[in-house]
Design a protein around this ligand. Structure first.
Ligand SMILES: [Fe+2]
Ligand SMILES: [Fe+2]
Length: 310
């Protein structure tokens, strides 16, 4: 598929994107990070102060999840760069990507303020990791808007689930509200992309099936450029915050199979038919692996990570 076909898809989708942006704006509720942060629990950091895990003790996996989730939000400049390059800066696409960027900016503000006040993560380690992450600037960069749409749909939903599950494990009502608020934003981002992708599937079913197959095959949770990412991702999977079973039951089955209706599409090219067969068997395999690994984990085994097998 060449660049020209990618430009055609972008142009044909523009009216849908304009409609989805209007829907998004109509449903958006203004919110303020400072109102969610428990400032009264905070105090000055005295010179020479060093963090210790006794400061506040969320389970280690929850700390890993907060660390990865926040650093992913911090990488926003590069997500913006990729999205703007892929979808363009003009028309409704550009208006969407700028609005999305403004909303995403609030996520790192509120999570960092909450973590700084409650001292749940070493602020020195966190800042050094942020510097390393943003200096490296690594984010997925799909070649085509077809792939980009699929990736961001899956990624926004995965992020929503990870934020929400992290909040539930925090054992702090205020922290739960912070993560729930961020998760609600991610859900609205997901709905925008899910419906834009559904429109793209109608416009170019074969091109989109090829893209869905590629993206499901290669999907990784965001954050692969983060220091010790794999160590943190294993802790996150072990705690059931994000794992294969969730990936299958809450993302692939409801979105790819049911909402986009990949199984029911007709008129596909031979290549797209083959990609669909491969996609459907991969999703079934991920479902079986998810159930097996969840049982394995319940018996104390090491988790495998989404993107590493199945
Ligand atoms: Fe976010
Ligand atoms: Fe988002």
């Amino acid at each position: 598929m060449d660049r020209r076909l990618a430009a055609v898809l972008i142009a044909e989708l523009e009216p849908t994107v304009a409609r989805l942006l209007d829907r998004h704006l109509a449903q958006a509720k203004e919110w303020f990070p400072h109102q969610l942060v428990p400032w009264g629990r905070g105090q000055d950091f005295e010179p020479g102060w060093e963090w210790s895990p006794d400061e506040a003790a969320p389970p280690v996996a929850v700390r890993s999840s907060l660390f990865v989730n926040l650093l992913t939000e911090d990488n926003l400049p590069y997500y913006f760069r990729t999205i703007e390059a892929m979808f363009g800066r003009d028309s409704a696409w550009g208006a969407w990507s700028r609005r999305w960027t403004a909303e995403e900016g609030r996520h790192s503000i509120v999570i960092r303020d909450y973590l700084t006040v409650t001292r749940q993560i070493d602020p020195v380690a966190l800042e050094r990791a942020r510097m390393a992450q943003v200096t490296c600037g690594q984010v997925p960069e799909p070649d085509l808007p077809h792939d980009g749409l699929v990736y961001v749909t899956l990624q926004e939903l995965a992020t929503r689930i990870a934020h929400h599950n992290t909040g539930k494990l925090l054992d702090d009502r205020v922290g739960y509200e912070v993560m729930k608020r961020v998760a609600a934003d991610e859900n609205r981002h997901h709905l925008f992309y899910r419906d834009a992708t559904a429109a793209a599937v109608e416009l170019d079913p074969s091109g989109m099936v090829l893209a869905i197959e590629r993206q499901v095959r290669c999907f990784e949770m965001p954050g692969t450029g983060i220091v010790d990412f794999e160590h943190h991702a294993r802790a996150i999977a072990r705690a059931g915050i994000y794992d294969f079973q969730i990936h299958h039951d809450q993302i692939l089955a409801p979105v790819v199979l049911r909402y986009w209706g990949v199984e029911q599409l007709t008129g596909l090219t031979d290549e797209a038919e083959r990609a669909r067969d491969a996609l459907l068997s991969r999703i079934a395999r991920i479902g079986r692996a998810g159930r097996r690994l969840a049982r394995h984990r319940d018996h104390g085994g090491e988790p495998e990570l989404v993107g590493q097998s199945a």
